[in-house]
Design a protein around this ligand. Structure first.
Ligand code: ZN
Length: 148
């Protein structure tokens, strides 16, 4: 696996790229790197930035949302699936290229596949008792801290 151009860490959730194909582990490393291309006007930059942000948000929150779907009955699983559909809607034109139009197009394609995977996980999800109890404990602690 390629490592971050700046700090040599393995990029994970916050991975980002520039149009030269330089890889970074985070926005922080991306910003300190000098001599990168000016991607400001790149035709894919807006789509890339927004799908990257959506993916990070979904990856960080979908399990929480699924637990909420059990406890609060909102959002429902069907809502989450629908929201991912809506979120992906603007990118289907890009999906057809299968990532063969440069670095950003490849990343957009990859994020779409990851988001579709999350959608599948949501579809098949059943509460795991251990995780759910742990989550419940977390919200109860948060509630009692608010009232105290
Ligand atoms: Zn880094």
């Amino acid at each position: 696996m390629k490592r971050c151009k700046v700090c040599r860490k393995k990029p994970r959730l916050e991975r980002r790229v520039d149009s030269d194909g330089n890889l970074f582990c985070s926005d922080g490393c991306f910003e300190v790197f000098e001599g990168g291309p000016d991607d400001f006007d790149h035709p894919y930059i807006d789509d890339y930035e927004s799908i990257r942000r959506s993916y990070i948000d979904w990856e960080m929150s979908y399990e929480e949302d699924l637990h909420k779907s059990v406890y609060f009955l909102y959002p429902k699983k069907a809502d989450l699936i629908e929201w991912i559909d809506e979120m992906l809607e603007p990118y289907w034109g890009c999906y057809g290229l299968e990532g063969h139009d440069g670095v950003f197009s490849a990343e957009i394609y990859r994020y779409m596949q990851e988001l579709l995977k999350i959608q599948e996980v949501i579809r098949d999800w059943e509460p795991d008792e251990r995780k759910y109890k742990k989550w419940l404990k977390g919200i109860r602690t948060a509630k009692s801290e608010q009232t105290n």
